[in-house]
Design a protein around this ligand. Structure first.
Ligand SMILES: [Zn+2]
Length: 155
């Protein structure tokens, strides 16, 4: 099969975990209602959570920052970040100290700070969390917060 190249400039960086239990496409299409080409999907083990743990996972912090830098450098049209963390994340269980494993929601604020600090082109970052409910059968996606860049001059 052949498909046309996507010519639209993406407006959104969409960062989430590569966990294949997450119905990521359904989240994008039905909850966020973003058309293909409108967003740059960045799925990594643990999502962007290493950005909240520079001291605990310094190598992953660096590689995650680099993974974000690529689309940000090449796509100046990106001004919004949508960041998704989720419950029962395998990366967190394996790589983070046990007292931080369940801090997915708390980490979102730190991730937003790091993104704003490193990539001034962000004007807004939406923070989302997916919880596993219904005896582990259903993912419940909640928008936790929308953070605006402090550097935007408001009149
Ligand atoms: Zn995960």
């Amino acid at each position: 099969m052949r498909f046309d190249s996507l010519t639209q400039e993406p407006k959104v960086l969409l960062g989430g975990c590569s966990d294949d239990r997450l119905p990521f496409l359904a989240f994008v299409e039905q909850e966020l209602m973003l058309p293909e080409g409108f967003y740059f999907p960045l799925r990594l083990a643990g999502g962007l959570s290493p950005l909240a743990h520079k001291n605990e996972v310094p190598d992953d912090f660096k590689s995650t920052l680099k993974a974000v830098k690529f689309p940000m450098d090449h796509r100046p049209s990106i001004t919004t970040g949508i960041i998704l963390e989720h419950a029962f994340c395998g990366y967190r269980q394996e790589c983070l100290p046990s007292d931080l494993v369940h801090n997915g929601i708390e980490d979102l604020d730190i991730i937003a700070d790091v993104l704003f600090g490193n990539f001034p082109q962000f004007t807004q970052i939406q923070l989302w969390f997916a919880d596993l409910i219904n005896g582990g059968k259903t993912w419940d996606f909640s928008k936790i917060k929308v953070v605006e860049s402090q550097q935007v001059c408001r009149i």
